[in-house]
Every structure is written in C-alpha cells, then in structure tokens.
Design a protein around this ligand. Structure first.
Ligand SMILES: O=C(O)[C@H](O)COP(=O)(O)O
Length: 299
C-alpha cells in the first residue's frame, strides 16, 4: 500500500506506537490518516486535524470514528469492506458447517478415544432457510457461498431493493417466521446495538442457529446463553464477543471475574468461538490494502 501511494507522489509516516495524544499533537501536518479499528477518532482528534482531507479505515466497520462530526468538516471517509467480504463469507460458512456437522465435538471426542457416531449425527444445509440481517458487502458474500448449498437465503436490511439472485429480501417478521439460521452482517450502530435480545430471539417461530461475524455488542450475551439453555437457539458461531474490547485475556486471569455468560459459552459444546478473525486472512490483508490505495487515489 505504502509503495503504491509513494509511486503516486504521496509521502507517508508509519506510526504504530505513539499515544493518541502524541498523534493529535502532530496530526495538523497530515492530509490523510489510515487506521485500523482500535484507533478512535473523536471530536478532539478531528479539531486538532486542521488539514485532514480523508480518513481511511483498513477494514469495514467505521464505529471508531465520529462520522457526523468528520462529515461536518468535509473529511472523506473511506472503508474497505470489499477487501475482506469474501473472507467473512467463508468464515461464516465454515462456522455453520462446523456446527451442523458437529466437527468441534466429534474431533475432540476422537482425539480422546471416543467413537460416537449417533451423538455426532450431522445436519445438512440443503433445504434449510438461512436469514441474513444486513445485506451489504458481507451478507452478499455469504449468500453467494450459500447459493451452492441449495438452501433458501432470505435477507433483511433497512435499505430497500437489495435482494438478488442469491437472496430474497423480506421483512424482519418474515425472516423471523421462516429462518432456521440467522447470520448477522450489520455494522454496530444505535439501531443494531443489543439487537439480538430475548424479545428479538422469541420473535423467531422455530429454534434457530446463530452466526455472528459482525459485532459482539449487537448480541446480548446473557440473553443468548439463556436461549441456548432453553433450546430456542440451537447453537452459535461467534467470531465477535461483547467482551472483546475489555482485553479478552484479562477475563481469564484470577484478578478479573469472568462474566457468567462467557463462562457458559466457553464450555458449551454447541458453540464455536473465534477471536475476531473472520475478515483476517492472508488474502484479505492484500485486498484490504489494495482497496484503500484505489480509493485514496480516486479521491
Ligand atoms: O471492520 C472490520 O473490517 C473488522 O472488524 C476487522 O477490523 P480490524 O482488523 O481493523 O480490527
């Protein structure tokens, strides 16, 4: 990315170690900033960035940026969901196949000398109805994969007319009536914060499987674990957790009490957990960088 930007006449500075305050102190010298999700851009930062023309986010989610304030200053916001959408689609599919085929527990049992065929009888995706909430880059990528599995794909999105040959756009109520699987592909916004709670879960007609490769804070974990216990949710594949920003490792030390819902998820056989890596592949690293270069050069 840097080589291509240099070749196009841009200069750059790489800084992965300064504090936010140190970056704020020098940001007025820069016209653009390229960030990952952990760098917060708030009003104070934007007020200090008097020459900023663009903020480029090497990833999809823009929740770390005060978007209205940045836009009020005429700063262009660039994201790169095109760069990691395929990775997210493949990861969501992997989680679903892992849950349906009981790969996690079957593998663990064989390794411990157990040969349980009946207990590990799988389910097939063929003929199932998969509901996607959010039908942007990630939802589209997942639906394209699902197309080959002969399942029905429904999508719900607040934007109209997004359905295509891979998914039928429906109301949220219809999705809740018909889905066997729910997969989230929404950004974290006031609308999607704590979206999957008990009331929402109970709106589903059938027990269902949940895949979340979007944002942890869109699911109320205590409500999810209650639904897993009652059988309303049959199993879950979670690449994101509402606790991840608390410094996940600390939750496992004696000094910090691990939240009860997390304790449940960790021991549950029908739950697959990954550390926010759905969009984090060898290939997506290159595609994310290229997408950002192309968008900066097109400004
Ligand atoms: O928004 C994204 O693309 C993903 O959540 C990953 O972002 P990160 O790699 O910058 O944390």
């Amino acid at each position: 990315m840097i080589e291509q930007l240099k070749a196009a006449g841009h200069t750059n500075e790489e800084d992965y170690t300064s504090t936010k305050e140190e970056i704020e102190a020098k940001i007025d010298q820069y016209e653009g900033v390229v960030i990952r999700s952990r760098f917060k851009i708030d009003k104070q930062f934007l007020d200090a960035a008097t020459n900023l023309k663009f903020i480029a986010r090497v990833g999809a989610g823009l929740e770390s940026i005060d978007i209205p304030y940045a836009e009020s200053k005429g700063i262009a916001l660039i994201a790169a969901p095109e760069g990691n959408r395929n990775a997210v689609g493949e990861h969501a599919l992997g989680m679903l196949l892992m849950l349906f085929n009981k790969l996690k527990q079957a593998d663990a049992e064989v390794r411990s000398g157990q040969w349980n065929r009946e207990k590990n009888r799988g389910l097939e995706l063929e003929g199932k109805t998969v509901g996607l909430i959010g039908y942007g880059n990630m939802g589209n990528a997942f639906s394209k994969k699902l197309k080959g599995f002969d399942c029905e794909v429904l999508c719900y999105d607040i934007r109209p007319d997004l359905g295509n040959e891979n998914a039928t756009q429906v109301s949220l109520e219809e999705l809740q009536q018909r889905a066997d699987v729910l997969s989230l592909h929404t950004p974290w916004t006031p609308l999607t914060d704590k979206m999957v709670n008990t009331e929402f879960i109970n709106g589903f007609k059938k027990p269902f499987w949940l895949i979340n490769t979007a944002r942890g804070k869109s699911v109320v974990t205590a409500d999810l674990t209650a639904a897993l216990k009652s059988g309303k949710i049959l199993g879950a594949g979670l690449d994101v957790l509402e606790y991840e920003k608390l410094s996940f490792e600390n939750l496992f030390t004696a000094t910090e009490q691990m939240p009860e819902p997390l304790q449940y998820l960790i021991q549950a056989e029908n739950v697959v957990l990954t550390p926010h890596i759905a969009g984090w592949t060898v290939e997506s690293k290159i595609k994310l960088a290229q997408t950002i270069v192309d968008k900066i050069l097109a400004l």
